[in-house]
Design a protein around this ligand. Structure first.
Ligand code: SF4
Length: 81
């Protein structure tokens, strides 16, 4: 089964919340600073990475990608380990 990865460059998030509305299983607004959090991901150098997501979720993630006004959500195909 095909898998995808999501990357979120957090430092440029303006906290609009659109990604949460489109894909609440993956995104949440942080109560401390109002920016988006990519749930269950790894966080390093202000970048969230979540790997090996089932392709089943692609549609809602594409919606989140499309509504993000600063285009900081990236969706990539899983690369070989
Ligand atoms: S849609 Fe983009 S700018 Fe808005 S909260 Fe989500 S990641 Fe941040």
């Amino acid at each position: 089964m095909k898998k995808i990865n999501i990357i979120l460059h957090r430092n440029k998030c303006i906290g609009c919340g659109s990604c949460v509305l489109e894909s609440p299983l993956f995104f949440k607004i942080c109560k401390k600073d109002g920016k988006s959090i990519l749930l269950n991901s790894k966080f390093k150098n202000n970048i969230y990475i979540l790997k090996n997501i089932n392709i089943f979720f692609l549609k809602s993630l594409i919606k989140a990608y499309n509504v993000c006004p600063v285009k900081i959500i990236k969706i990539t195909k899983k690369t070989k380990n």
